[in-house]
Write a protein that binds this ligand. Structure first.
Ligand code: KIV
Length: 273
């Protein structure tokens, strides 16, 4: 029997039982299936797809259509993990009405079970409206990549006491608006610890230390697949970029030297695609 699907309320129950939540990003069906089978609790279809898959400098160019395309693929590949889709830049900031409609599309057409958006008090009205119509929402505080120009780069946030207090107030406002969890990105670990103990909903950290209720990483960073840069907090569990390059070099050599393919008469038993 396949293990039962993780649902939104399960994450809060995990927090209350003191069980850590493991989340990774995924952008296509094959990777979603592999990560799901390896036991990840939640798959985030991050707008980081813009950087690690689509080759953009940052996440700002990612559109709702891009997110729908990748969310559909991940939803097809995942059978157990909770699928959370990122709301891209400008899909929720203009009005609460637009936010509800766009989030609804990620569930209705994309097959996600929840959405994630960046920001605190400025977006709580949109969060409340989405939650009112049954759309589960995850917040995202600290380093908010969609605000990279305003922040002046991918810089650690909440390092001054006033900023840490503001972040805590944002987190509480998101919880009160009905958010079921909040990502804390690139903040000092003592700030993440304070926020985690102040909230009933789980915190999911990325570059925020060990005290969060769960962790999320960009899978291409964690697997060593994205080789343009590696954020300092990332642990690389594999070096897939090297594996891919050496396999490709071997293939190129084999083709050039006539070692591949063998005559078809020698190959048996493998079904064609
Ligand atoms: O887009 C993304 O991958 C994210 C994670 C960094 C949390 O938002």
């Amino acid at each position: 029997m396949s293990p039962s699907r993780i649902r939104v309320p399960d994450l809060r129950e995990k927090k209350s039982r003191g069980e850590k939540i493991a989340m990774l990003t995924a952008y296509d069906a094959t990777m979603a299936r592999l990560l799901d089978q390896a036991g990840v609790d939640a798959l985030l279809v991050g707008d980081s797809v813009g950087m690690v898959v689509l080759g953009y400098e940052n996440t700002l160019a990612v559109t709702l259509d891009d997110m729908l395309h990748h969310t559909r693929a991940v939803a097809r590949g995942a059978s157990r993990a909770l699928v959370v889709a990122d709301m891209p830049f400008l899909s929720y900031q203009v009005s609460a009405e637009e936010a509800v409609r766009n989030a609804g599309r990620l569930l209705q057409e994309g097959g996600a079970s929840a959405v994630k958006l960046e920001g605190g008090r400025p977006v709580v009205e949109a969060v409340r409206r989405m939650v009112d119509v049954g759309i589960p929402v995850m917040g995202h505080l600290g380093l908010r990549p969609q605000s990279v120009h305003q922040l002046g780069g991918y810089i650690k946030q909440a390092t001054r006491p006033g900023d840490a207090d503001a972040l805590l107030a944002d987190a509480i406002a998101l919880q009160e608006a009905g958010a079921f969890g909040v990502v804390l990105e690139s903040i000092p670990e003592d700030v993440a610890k304070t926020v985690t103990s102040a909230l009933e909903i789980p915190t999911i950290g990325i570059g925020a230390g060990p005290h969060c209720d769960g962790q999320v990483l960009v899978s291409h960073d964690m697997l060593g697949l994205f080789d343009r840069f590696v954020p300092s907090f990332v642990k690389q569990y594999a070096k897939l970029s090297e594996t891919i390059q050496s396999a490709t070099r071997a293939y190129v050599d084999d083709v050039r030297e006539g070692r591949y393919p063998e005559s078809l008469s020698k190959i048996s038993g493998v079904p064609n695609r």
